[in-house]
Write a protein that binds this ligand. Structure first.
Ligand SMILES: C[S@@+](CC[C@H](N)C(=O)[O-])C[C@H]1O[C@@H](n2cnc3c(N)ncnc32)[C@H](O)[C@@H]1O
Length: 184
């Protein structure tokens, strides 16, 4: 826990409990009205965020179509058969599923959002590209979260390089989650 008391998370498939608790805590703290998740997978985290954030108006989830070959071999078995499946019943969700996922999506299609979770292609080039996309859609004063800092070397490298220049990215201790408040 980083601050406050997050809703109780019992178990998750794609994320660890401390990671999801931290995401929900940040959502509770920053109160985003709109959220973009790059790499929504089956929508497990999306559903937890949407169930918790009753004030949220819009949630955009991006993923790839079945059969997509991820640049990292280790991610090949993550590609979902039905992207966003668990959150599809929520009318606030807009799903964008494309053959190459976020590569095929323009900032205009997403619109401005208050918070972004970068959790798609974990290759160095993928995180870099998705961060550029995140920066182009997040509002001034909004927040970008990155998942898998501790697990994936490329994500780690990208965040460390970014932080060496800007020194604005925080790692939540005991989790794989980093975040940064984006201000001009
Ligand atoms: C680690 S999983 C994401 C877990 C999800 N965020 C959650 O919390 O449940 C990574 C996801 O990124 C997707 N992905 C890989 N490359 C992508 C791309 N270029 N654009 C969008 N999604 C991508 C994969 O298909 C997979 O669903």
């Amino acid at each position: 826990m980083i601050f406050g008391k997050p809703p109780t998370v019992t178990c998750t498939k794609m994320q660890t409990v401390p990671d999801v608790e931290s995401i929900l805590t940040l959502v509770g703290f920053f109160r985003p009205h709109s959220f973009l998740e790059i790499g929504i997978n089956y929508g497990e985290t999306a559903k937890m965020i949407l169930d918790y954030a009753s004030w949220m108006d819009r949630y955009v989830g991006i993923d790839v179509t079945e059969g997509y070959k991820t640049p990292l071999d280790a991610q090949r078995n993550e590609v979902p058969k039905i992207p966003g499946q668990m959150a599809r019943g929520d009318s606030r969700l807009t799903l964008i599923v494309r053959p190459n996922g976020s590569v095929d999506v323009t900032p205009q299609e997403i619109g401005k959002v208050d918070m972004v979770l970068v959790d798609g292609d974990h290759s160095y080039e993928g995180v870099k590209r998705d961060t550029l996309l995140a920066e182009s859609v997040v509002r001034n004063g909004g927040v970008i979260l990155w998942h898998d800092y501790a697990y994936v070397t490329d994500v780690h490298l990208f965040i460390d390089e970014r932080n060496n220049i800007r020194q604005r990215t925080c790692l939540i201790q005991g989790t794989n989650l980093c975040f940064e408040v984006i201000r001009e």
